[in-house]
Design a protein around this ligand. Sequence first.
Ligand SMILES: [Zn+2]
Length: 166
Amino acid sequence: MRCPSCNSLDTQVKDSRPTEDSAVIRRRRVCMACNFRFTTFERVQLRELTVIKRNSRRVPFDRDKLVRSLQISLRKRPVDPERVEKMVSAIVRELESGGESEVSSEVIGETVMEHLRQLDDVAYVRFASVYRNFREAKDFEAVLGELSSEEESPPPTAPRPLVIRK
Ligand SMILES: [Zn+2]
């Protein structure tokens, strides 16, 4: 593994431990040339995914890009980063096990929204508003309506923060 700081190929693994119920191996590495320390993650990849974009262009699926778009939606939200990691892994696993090596950006967007709404309502609305490219206020209201109809029975995977009202 090349050092991201000085590009030396002489790097060593210092520590290796599984996270996310052993679905991911996290390795701490150190560069022998400049002593820079960095972390790598090893994950199972079931298949190479290609994304078919709206303009019909095909690009390789990029997990980091997905993470970045989620981080924008989750900005300043009280969500444990480890839960976000788990959600990303679940999304990717779902896409990879779909049986197709090509997947449309629509399918990815819908899959992300499905998971995100169970994680955090605000992030879900942010992501959905960008993804669905809301042009009209009523689109936005429709999504908010979808959320409020679920208020009575929050999904068990997303315990709501306990609010104590006086
Ligand atoms: Zn280095």
